[in-house]
Design a protein around this ligand. Structure first.
Ligand code: 9G3
Length: 566
């Protein structure tokens, strides 16, 4: 391909609002162009990489008998009203009306669409298991799209849906998909971890996240060095050593004028935060819930929401604290309350704790469970902390940032029940289809690969994903010898099934080299001053390794080097 014909709008300056390395480099290398917040055009080089990724995905999906199709991006609102999801995603759902003023949404994901398609068709266990997938733009009106393709409002996702007749078939589909994902990310040369993920709103049971370690990542991953444990911070559990035993003291009400936060209370009473019991007021699907946790920990909203099986969990407002908790903001406590009280395990066995007295400027000290307050249930709802140990107390927990590039879920019957998608089982009984759903963020994967491989000079692609295999750069396009040798070499390489981008532009050498580094093809061949001696220079982008070869052996040498690249 002649570079003069390609459309690669490179630029030198780093765009001001691009903080992520991948975002900066994809803009500077002319790979993407923002159209609106979170919506990008994939320019020719990026689109070739996307196609290379899709080819890998298709090959790995084929191996596990997942079949590709595509569904409309517009979904009639009725379908999401039937599943009950139309109202639960608020402003993140893109809505649009047609000419007859009928309401549609732009699909953020397609559990409903796929279930609608198969219901009444996959109606017998003999026709199961079936796994359908597509690679298609998804639409989510994120309130903070950022970091280029990492968090977009329109993005490419591979979304797959499995339909099975029993749990072991679902387990098999789930395990096949996990294996396929590992192969895909390995072939993309990505460093990633498979971690325990939040199945949350998806209603299923198990879920696994594929997380690419990267400083810019929005997820916090908790893991042990020996690899035995890895989880999203939202789900991570840690070992908790019991509270120290002590002599139970008499309950005492103390005046704590305008002393509200844990550290203020601890300082005022000359105690440590871990002696103070923090009470938080939540509204879970309209029900007030008080959550107790030891003062040196934070409540983990995802664990709490999953435990309460709430579809909506929000912290109570000050007004609600007065009206529904019959308390005063900053002085909430479990004594004599009539709302549901649950407590994190860190409160269990806590002797002589400090609690809010549910009235202004007042706390109780020496509060003890059962005598002074009741807890309906103890459950792990805390955010684990770096330095704690894993559940069996042996390994230190490490934290790192990660980019969620894939997530697989065992859905169960959530959608088949709400949308009436049943099949006749081997006993002739109607059963709801058992489902799994599986996603890869293709555009996000592109960015994660750039985050992990780019250097200060630009993007660096491995051979599986690079838009072209070899970059042939004749330095001076006015020099007939250089141009002729570059063209001959290009033909020899293409005869060897290598794809070549030849920089046939009449640009200065410095510009050509800088832009070659930016777009990041795996191998560059420079045809410069030594062309007259029949010598060309080969450079490996990843390692910056440079070797000179004479033109007779150049094509073979390049092919050999390319084969040996990872
Ligand atoms: C929405 C909006 C945003 C969403 C969803 C729905 C995330 C939503 C979870 C999934 C689950 C799986 C199939 C492929 C793999 C992931 N964000 N999720 O359901 F309406 Cl606005 O998408 N879906």
């Amino acid at each position: 391909m002649q570079q003069s014909k390609l459309f690669i709008p490179t630029s030198k300056e780093v765009p001001a609002d691009a903080e992520a390395l991948s975002h900066q480099m994809m803009l500077r290398a002319g790979y993407i162009k923002q159209i609106s917040a979170g919506a990008y055009a994939y320019l020719p080089l990026a689109y070739k990489v996307v196609q290379n990724i899709e080819k890998i995905v298709q090959e790995e999906m084929e191996k596990i008998n997942a079949v590709q199709m595509v569904v409309p991006a517009i979904i009639p609102a009725e379908l999401w009203k039937e599943s009950g999801r139309f109202d639960s995603y608020g402003q993140t759902l893109f809505k649009v009306n047609d000419r007859h003023d009928r309401e549609f949404i732009l699909g953020p994901t397609h559990e409903e669409t796929m279930t609608f398609i198969v219901r009444d068709l996959l109606n017998s266990y003999k026709k199961l298991p079936v796994t359908l997938y597509q690679i298609q733009d998804k639409f989510r009106d994120e309130d903070r799209p950022r970091y280029g393709l990492l968090r977009g409002r329109e993005f490419i996702m591979k979304d797959a849906y499995s339909f099975t007749s029993n749990q072991e078939q679902l387990d098999e589909s789930f395990n096949d998909m996990e294996r396929a994902y590992r192969n895909i990310f390995d072939r993309c040369g990505l460093d990633y971890r498979v971690i325990l993920g939040d199945a949350g709103a998806m209603g299923g049971s198990d879920s696994k996240e594929f997380s690419a370690p990267a400083a810019i990542g929005e997820d916090t991953i908790v893991y042990t060095e020996n690899g035995d444990y890895a989880a999203n911070l939202e789900m991570a559990a840690s070992h908790f050593s019991k509270n120290e035993a002590a002599e139970v003291q008499e309950l005492e009400e103390v005046a704590t004028p305008d002393v509200k936060s844990i550290s203020e209370v601890a300082n005022f009473l000359n105690l440590q935060p871990k002696q103070v019991i923090k009470a938080m007021a939540f509204i879970a699907d309209d029900e007030p819930v008080m959550v107790l946790i030891r003062g040196d920990y934070e409540v983990n909203d995802v664990k709490l929401k999953n435990f309460l099986d709430a579809s909506e969990l929000i912290e109570a407002t000050d007004e609600e604290i007065v009206a529904k908790f019959n308390s005063t903001p900053g002085f909430i406590g479990p004594k004599d309350t009539d709302v549901k009280v649950i407590a994190d395990l860190t409160v269990q066995g806590l002797i002589n704790g400090v609690i809010g007295a549910n009235k202004k400027d007042t706390h109780y000290i020496n509060a003890n469970l059962d005598r002074d307050y009741q807890v309906e249930e103890f459950v792990d709802v805390r955010v684990v902390k770096e330095g704690e140990t894993d559940l069996d107390g042996s390994e230190q927990l490490q934290f790192t940032k990660g980019i969620e590039i894939g997530h697989i879920f065992k859905l169960g019957t959530k959608y088949s029940k709400s949308l009436n998608a049943n099949f006749l089982d081997e006993n002739g009984r109607q059963q709801p289809l058992i489902m799994g759903c599986y996603g890869i963020g293709i555009s996000r994967l592109l960015s994660a690969i750039c985050e992990q491989n780019a250097d200060e000079n630009g993007l660096v692609w491995n051979k599986a994903l690079a838009p072209y295999n070899v970059h042939v750069v004749p330095v001076n396009t006015k020099d007939e010898t250089q141009v002729q040798l570059a063209n001959e070499l290009t033909n020899e390489l293409e005869d060897k099934q290598l794809s070549v981008l030849i920089d046939d532009r009449a640009e200065r050498a410095g510009v050509k080299f800088a832009e070659s580094e930016l777009i990041g093809l795996p191998i560059r061949v420079t045809v410069g001053k030594k062309a007259g001696e029949g010598i060309v220079e080969i450079k490996i982008r990843k390692t910056n390794e440079v070797i000179e070869v004479n033109k007779e052996e150049a094509a073979n040498k390049i092919q050999e080097l390319f084969e040996n690249l990872n």
